[in-house]
Design a protein around this ligand. Sequence first.
Ligand code: SF4
Length: 238
Amino acid sequence: MSRRDDVLRELGLGPIWRLRRPAAESVVAAASPIPSAASPAAALPAHDRSESIAQLAWDDLDAAIRSCTACALCRARKQAVPGVGDVNADWLFVGEGPGAEEDERGEPFVGQAGKLLDAMLAAIDLKRGDNVYIANAVKCRPPGNRTPEPEETAACWPFLQRQIDLLRPKLIVALGRPAAQTLLQSEIKISAARGRRFDYRGIPLVVTYHPAYLLRNLPDKAKAWEDLCFMRRLMEGQ
Ligand code: SF4
């Protein structure tokens, strides 16, 4: 059996579905002390804060994210989850926000959805950490894994913008609606936006389903496979 066959099976496109159901996640937010003082960047007016973040190098950006208190999500996090991967990557994948396991371990996409994302990457001959960077629209876990509120994604947006500026990837992949709406700064529906090439400041951007959605909606995995093929074609065409 080839590795590609293994990957297709993992994506639910083979005859046997092998992924386990995601473990039930606690709806109780992880308890951690509410930071007693706002970080310097959080204390600035929004424009000044964005300007300040836009100057940061990787290490300082990482530190700024980890100490950030600019939105209410800081209150329930165990730790912020800035992102992971190759800082010279051509591919940037952007999800919605950390879940319970990510909050615990400090790395994006490490639970069941992460395993599926790894399988999706493998399907197009990619590997986490090798020419791939993975980040989220919000860097702190929304309590109960709810969708981030618009003011939360807005507060975190300068961090993602800076990550993209530092990376200058050749392709951005938005995983799910909140990530896509954050990156495109407009309302979209994944079903209508799939298969289209968008543009983020000159960088091609495509949207597909979030792996956590795919775990709950198995028939849409075939569409995710189409999206992966579209991404690969786009990248090969550059
Ligand atoms: Fe700061 Fe983003 Fe965390 Fe909100 S989600 S506290 S803006 S790092």
